[in-house]
Ligand binder design. Structure first.
Ligand code: ADP
Ligand code: ZN
Length: 516
């Protein structure tokens, strides 16, 4: 099947073991990184076992891509979803009941729709494949309530093998998948999540667009890549800026007309060297092997998301690069988005936990790959020699004194003026810059006025960002007002030191002291 239908010479990694296990009727949980080749794990058993392989997949677009690819390979596959005409649906249902389909793709919510169980019982089921199984995890980054229903498959069809697959499982999510999908008897196949051909780079944001253009033109001129931004507006602005800089860039987000999206996607897939600037909606299920870089100009919301998105680079195994720029504004904005979001307290706490992990990665001074793999449960990994930290080790600086200055300023402005201010005003006070707001509020009378003149705005912003990232400061309310946390008290008392990456303080010279 592998060579005749799909045209490959040999299985990759765990594929063969998974295929044998599922063909023999066993349940399986498969954790493999993006591009690892999960599809073969359920497509081949669907063809070998008698009956139709039912694939539960969260995105309609992704479904259609897979079905189209299977049809090209000569496999009789179909999808059922609500965007289809009644007529088309009838035809798929007929073909299924007649035993003509080798594979049938369904959205999870379909299972709850009236008549679906009856329909499935009219044909013969070879297996259930639950793709993107991490969507069942309430604590994951991509929870979809419909996935919770999939646990019932085991009760309805106890004799049909089930295979759950994901590229984003932390040990915690792995446990949840096993429990919630009732996969207690499953065999677990856990591939290494390492993507050795990908180089990771994370830098602090000064002028994101200029930095991005430098990165693309400097290291990836004429190559295909994906640039992720958080909002539609940022997507459009960034695409325009890249075009103006001579990069062949197209915008992609859910607010664009379908025809424009299709054109962007088609150009990206068919032509060489097209750069897609997109929201995270882009990429799931897009199988382009020679994406040479993935860039993020806004901070991703979780390490899982970051790893999934960066995983779209270099599926062909050739050297590829990922680049992320993040700054103070990202940290403040995301903390505010969490606070003002409509989730309950538990959801907010969970989002905060994801963001903190992402920040720990950014602010960290250890090999990026070691961090990432440990996050996904792989320990004992050696430094990779192929990330920004390994190639250009940052130094840790003792920023305790500037941190104390900043905390004192924050506390004094709060206490003496019974008002609260955002980062910019505190930095003005520290640098002794008499801006209108500062003089108006008589902040120039504070005792910390001008004590931090040695540092540039960028350096102070770097420190604020670091302190927000490590939880010494918090940004409160819709204005992102800075306030010290409990953890800041020992810093003020001189009991705890604050160490941060050199890049931000290196030019400060006088205020910083090298730690290592
Ligand atoms: P995933 O779903 O894990 O992200 P896919 O199933 O889409 O990965 O496979 C990623 C790429 O690897 C696809 O281009 C696929 O055709 C290719 N591929 C999968 N298995 C093999 C194999 N055994 N040999 C060669 N290429 C493979
Ligand atoms: Zn490294």
């Amino acid at each position: 099947m592998l060579s005749e239908v799909f045209g490959y010479d040999s299985f990759r990694g765990e594929q063969e073991a998974v295929v044998r296990h599922v063909v023999a009727g066993g349940d399986a949980v498969v954790l493999m990184p993006t591009g690892g080749g999960k599809s073969m794990c359920f497509q081949i058993p669907s063809l070998i076992r008698e009956g139709t392989g039912i694939v539960l997949s969260p995105l309609v677009a992704l479904m259609h891509d897979q079905v189209a690819a299977l049809r090209l390979a000569g496999v009789n596959a179909a999808a059922l979803n609500s965007s289809m005409s009644m007529e088309d649906r009838r035809e798929v249902e007929r073909a299924y009941a007649a035993g003509e389909l080798e594979m049938l793709y369904l959205a999870p919510e379909r299972l709850a729709a009236p008549g679906t169980v009856e329909l499935l019982n009219r044909g013969r089921i070879a297996l259930f494949a639950i793709d993107e199984a991490h969507c069942v995890s309430q604590w994951g980054h991509d929870f979809r309530p419909d996935y919770l229903r999939l646990g019932a498959l085991a009760e309805h069809w106890p004799d049909v093998p089930r295979i759950a697959l994901t590229a984003t499982a932390t040990p915690e999510t792995h446990r949840e998948i096993t429990e919630r999908l009732h996969l207690g008897n499953a065999q677990h196949f856990v591939a290494s999540f390492d993507r050795p051909n990908i180089r990771y780079r994370i830098e602090s944001k000064q002028n994101a667009r200029a930095q991005l253009i430098d990165f693309v033109r400097g290291s990836h001129s004429g190559e295909a890549g994906i640039v992720y931004a958080l909002s539609r507006k940022r997507v459009e602005q960034t695409a325009a800026a890249l075009c103006a800089a001579g990069v062949d860039a197209v915008a992609y987000h859910a607010g664009l007309p379908a025809s424009q999206r299709l054109e962007a996607q088609t150009r990206f897939l068919r032509e060489d060297g097209v750069v897609v600037v997109a929201t995270i909606a882009f990429g799931m299920g897009i199988d382009k092997p020679d994406v040479r870089f993935v860039a993020h100009i806004d901070l991703p919301k979780s390490v899982e998301g970051y790893y999934q998105e960066t995983g779209r680079a270099g599926r062909d195994g050739l050297p590829s690069e990922t680049w992320l720029a993040y700054g103070l504004a990202d940290v403040v904005q995301q903390r505010q988005m969490i606070e003002s979001g409509d989730g309950d307290a538990a959801t907010r706490a969970n989002q905060t936990r994801h963001l903190n992990q992402m920040l720990a990665l950014c602010e960290g001074v250890e090999c990026r790959r070691v961090f990432l793999l440990r996050y996904f449960g792989e320990t004992g990994v050696a430094a990779c020699g192929n990330c920004d930290v390994c190639l250009n080790p940052p130094h840790l600086w003792d920023a305790t004194i500037p941190a104390q200055m900043l905390l004192s300023t924050v506390i004094r402005t709060q206490r003496e003026r019974s008002r609260t201010y955002a980062a910019g005003q505190h930095i003005d006070v520290l640098r002794g810059v008499a801006s209108e707001r500062v003089t108006q509020m008589r902040l120039d009378e504070l005792s910390t006025w001008g004590i931090g003149k040695d540092w540039s705005i960028a350096q102070w912003r770097g420190l604020v960002r670091h302190m927000l990232a490590v939880g010494l400061l918090e940004a409160q309310g819709e204005w992102g007002v800075l306030a010290p946390t409990e953890a800041a008290k020992p810093v003020l008392r001189g009991e705890t030191e604050v160490h941060m990456r050199e890049e931000v303080v290196v030019r400060a010279g006088r205020s910083g002291r090298a730690v290592r």
